[in-house]
Design a protein around this ligand. Structure first.
Ligand SMILES: [Zn+2]
Ligand SMILES: [Zn+2]
Length: 205
């Protein structure tokens, strides 16, 4: 694979699932230098480490080098500027799911007086422990622990635990987006909140 923009030969990503997840987390958080260091530690050459970090696009579909935002499939060449983008496929737990879940969290109807007027202003699709998103970890733990901003101003930091029910586990295993697993039943059955501990728990179908 040659990048037409920088004319370099781009290395293939021969990573384990866990390495790839950690890599995605670092790229999403803009920690490029940290990623290069990590790759060097794993024995990847210096030039390859830099090429990998430079060609992983943080936003899937969006070119690393220009404004084009309709890249299709993995290992995509940008039709606008010719840049190579790894353009890794979306995970079942992704930003679209997180923003949908954010909109579905209704704290007014939980029957808890102190959370009336609460709303959620963001759920991180990149949990502190990215390895917890591997398929083996999901099947074992059946949950994803990430961060959310919640409160009357929507800005307090909460730990959000997302439990995966049978449908969500099946979807995750099959690489399908989890959005369809957000329950539409009474919120009291699938959302609980502990304001003192700043913890929220949701149960997917
Ligand atoms: Zn390039
Ligand atoms: Zn481009």
């Amino acid at each position: 694979m040659i990048c037409k923009k920088c004319t370099n030969e781009i290395p293939e990503l021969n990573f384990s699932e866990e390495q790839l997840l950690e890599t995605r987390g670092l790229v999403a958080h803009g920690l490029k230098l940290f990623l290069v260091r990590k790759l060097l530690e794993q024995g990847v050459s210096h030039s390859d480490s830099k090429l990998i970090a430079d060609h992983l696009n943080p936003k899937i579909g969006h070119c690393n080098q220009c404004d084009f935002d309709e890249l299709k499939g993995e290992n995509a060449e940008c039709p606008e500027c010719g840049a190579f983008n790894y353009n890794l496929k979306e995970l079942p737990f992704n930003e679209a799911f997180c923003s949908r879940l954010e909109w579905s969290l209704d704290f007014d109807n939980l029957g808890v007086e102190e959370v009336k007027g609460f709303w959620c202003d963001g759920i991180s699709a990149f949990p502190p422990d990215m390895k917890s998103l591997s398929k083996a970890a999901i099947q074992q733990n059946r949950q994803i622990i990430t961060e959310a901003r919640i409160g009357k101003g929507g800005q307090d930091k909460y730990e959000l635990t997302i439990q995966l029910g049978p449908k969500a586990l099946d979807y995750y295993e099959r690489d399908l987006d989890l959005t369809a697993c957000i329950p539409d039943s009474d919120h009291r059955y699938w959302i609980s909140i502990d304001v003192e501990e700043q913890e929220v728990m949701v149960k997917l179908d």
